[in-house]
Design a protein around this ligand. Structure first.
Ligand code: FAD
Ligand code: UDP
Length: 378
């Protein structure tokens, strides 16, 4: 008898497996329908011996000391500050838009203070920011919106930014200084030996059994367990009873070139050209030295693995109905797909750690209840 059956061996499932096994001495079965652990953060060495991310580029960043300290138990880190260029008007310029972006695009030599005035003169006066279009128009105006955001967003989501929640483009700030890092979080680092090695260490515990290549439907009636933690798509769990929740998918095209370096930064975005959104060169992320280099192109698509929940009002309404079912089900739902949230890795780890604390309280309440009932019997 397992105490917990955990469906999905990504961040959500693995953090909970580790916490419950090592601090509560619970017996865990963690399963994944894929052939490996790590979920979307899985990485491996390709046939040329270059470390690549199977499901697209994963860069770790967080402001949470708790999350960083927790993961540091399972990996050493390599400091890495991700930089992204966008290919616009035949130039490669920094995104997030910053002082350098504006000066390069417009052939100017503005100071930080002057660029504030420049952007203010372009920005639209939007009182209530509701959509992803509003966010950008309010920050930089229509011209820059069209150069950097409109086309990229249409490709990525097959939606106009006006049809997406503000939170989507709000992930990308606007700067008036020369800071050309993609993220400004306190902790920005990559697991020194890769994500998969970190997951292996996390799950290496005598109380944890791992089954890959296993869909939970195949074993649910055959394996005894007390409680389930589910980290797959929430609509799938409930047999799509209210209809399918929309997710956006991607096709990844990998390429290895017989040259040491391909591009100037880890990622180059192509908002207006090609069917792919961006190209990432893995060696920037991993720091690996190799005579060849491997790239990944991301082609957005509607069908396929559910990678992105789509943040827009009608989807929130549909998710809420599933959330109500989830709350009554006795199963714990954790992670990006199970809570239909456009979460980064650190947010999923934080969510899993807080779910663990909730479970821990339930366990100690149960223990107290059992002890009280036993003592009342005497
Ligand atoms: P997942 O990693 O998706 O794990 C869920 C697991 O459940 C999967 O392995 C799946 O196979 C399994 N599963 C589903 N259904 C079943 C079933 N029926 N039976 C058995 N198993 C099942 N975050 C960052 O912080 N930085 C980044 O740079 C970054 N880049 C990203 C790039 C891309 C292209 C994508 C798609 C995401 C990116 N993310 C990034 C987000 C990151 O991938 C997620 O936050 C994180 O991996 C979510 O972890 P999870 O455990 O919730 O889900
Ligand atoms: N975005 C854009 N142009 C860019 C970068 C981002 O329009 O050059 C928008 C786009 O809608 C994208 C969102 O901002 O989906 C969030 O970007 P992020 O890089 O955070 O996406 P992720 O890495 O999660 O795919």
């Amino acid at each position: 008898m397992f105490d917990y059956l955990i469906v999905g061996a990504g961040f959500a499932g693995s953090v909970l497996a580790e916490r419950l096994a090592s601090t509560e001495n619970k017996k865990i079965l963690i399963i994944d329908k894929r052939s490996h652990i790590g979920g979307n953060a899985y990485d491996y060495y390709n046939e040329d011996g270059i470390l690549i991310h199977k499901y697209g580029p994963h860069i770790f960043h967080t402001n949470s000391k708790e999350v960083f300290n927790y993961l540091s138990k399972f990996t050493d880190w390599r400091n890495y500050q991700h930089k992204v260029l966008a290919c616009v008007d035949g130039q490669q310029v920094p995104i997030p838009i910053n002082l350098t972006t504006i000066n390069s695009l417009y052939g100017l030599n503005l100071s930080s203070q002057e660029v504030e005035g420049f952007l203010a003169s372009k920005a639209e006066d939007i009182q209530q920011v509701r959509t992803s279009e509003d966010v950008v128009l309010k920050a930089v105006g229509r011209e820059l919106y069209e150069k950097f955001f409109k086309g990229y967003t249409k490709k990525q989501w097959d939606l106009d930014p006006a049809q997406l929640d503000a939170s989507v483009t709000a992930r990308v700030p606007t700067r008036t200084n020369k800071d050309d890092r993609y993220f400004t979080d306190t902790y920005q680092a990559m697991p020194l030996h890769g994500y998969t090695k970190m997951f292996e260490k996390m799950l290496d515990h005598p109380n944890i059994k791992i089954m890959t290549n296993t869909d939970y439907h195949e074993i649910i009636d055959a394996i005894p367990y007390k409680k389930m933690i589910f980290t797959g798509p929430v609509d799938e769990y409930f047999d799509y009873c209210y209809g399918k929740l929309p997710y956006r998918s991607l096709k990844f095209k990998f390429e290895t070139l017989d040259q040491e370096q391909y591009q100037q930064t880890g990622t180059v975005n192509y908002p207006n050209d090609y069917a792919f959104t961006r190209i990432t060169e893995f060696k920037y992320l991993t720091g690996q030295k190799h005579a060849k280099t491997s790239l990944v192109y991301e082609y957005p698509k509607a069908e396929g693995d559910p990678y992105y929940p789509i943040p827009r009002p009608e989807n929130a309404v549909l998710y809420k109905k599933y959330q109500e079912l989830a709350a009554q089900s006795g199963t714990y739902f954790v992670g990006r797909l199970a809570t239909y949230k456009y979460y980064n890795m650190d947010q999923v780890v934080a969510q899993a750690l807080s779910t663990f604390k909730k479970i821990q309280t339930e366990i100690s309440d149960e223990t107290l209840y059992n002890e009280t009932s036993v003592s009342n019997e005497y």
